[in-house]
Design a protein around this ligand. Sequence first.
Ligand code: CUA
Length: 350
Amino acid sequence: MTRATLFRLVAAMLALTVVISVVMVQIDWNGVAGSTEADDIDLLLNVMIVLSAFVYSIVLVMLGYSIWRYRAKPGDESDGEPIHGNTRLEIAWTLIPTIIVLFGAGYSWFILDKIEAREGDRLEVDVTAQQFAWRFEYPEQGVTATELHVPVDRQVELNLEAIDVIHSFWVPEWRVKKDAVPGITTSVVATPDREGRFQVICTELCGIGHSTMRAPAIVESQEDFDRWIADQGGGEGQAGGGGGGGGAEGDLAAAGQQIFDEQGCSGCHTFAAAGATETVGPDLDEVLPQRSADEIEQSIIDPDAELSPGFARGIMPDTFEDALSADELDTLVRYLSENAGGGKSGAGGQ
Ligand code: CUA
């Protein structure tokens, strides 16, 4: 290969790198950015795209050149010449990828270190993932909810736990992502800087209801956040025990629905009284009216003992006996039996 040919090949590689990079970087891969971490991560992705385009261009140009330059002449049936290696070439193709990979690793480390730095006034939220729902606890405010609410422009640290299998926490607009793994607590930080209604998405294939494992992520002003905390009965006010009104019936419906939501039942089941419409598990409005309270309790704590037709064993978690206190289990069973099928009042009763 002459020096002029080498020069032309390198020029072709660089030109192709530029063309691919310009096209690929134009594409809005990650969508709307909604956190202070997003710009760093989007830039990191673009740098990686350019590096990949460079490597791809080397391969493509050399492939094209070899096909054209070393093609067999018509009628040539002879074998190719044996090759004994080329020390300079081998050093080059070891050194260049090593430098590229080390640069990528170092740069990613730098970005991760920067965006994971904890700030003193961060909001802590304990996140519990289970098939197929999310639960958010605010230890300082004394609130548990099935929606993630956070104030804008304040760092939030999410401590992730999983009850059953591996799940993964992701709000696409915040960019950051982290697995929730049974047995350990992982944590992820984000500083949302765009108000609005987003989605927590489970991004680890965790079972049949994986695609429905989502929860609202609401980024709001500090005032709206404080108001929401107060509405949930938390914060400095500590609203505590149920305020007047409602009576026993209303209390049961509210308490039962809260347990139903917190335990993630609505992630899998249809139950009109709770506004739940999922179809991973049996439709409770259909199957529960035929069941006694004892049978309903049995189905919650030992789901595989008796399966509804068309549903497989091992889908519903068998963790509820541990997750629920005796009182909570009793409340949930009464709530379910009294509201199933649109509420057949009097059934079971006390
Ligand atoms: Cu949880 Cu996918």
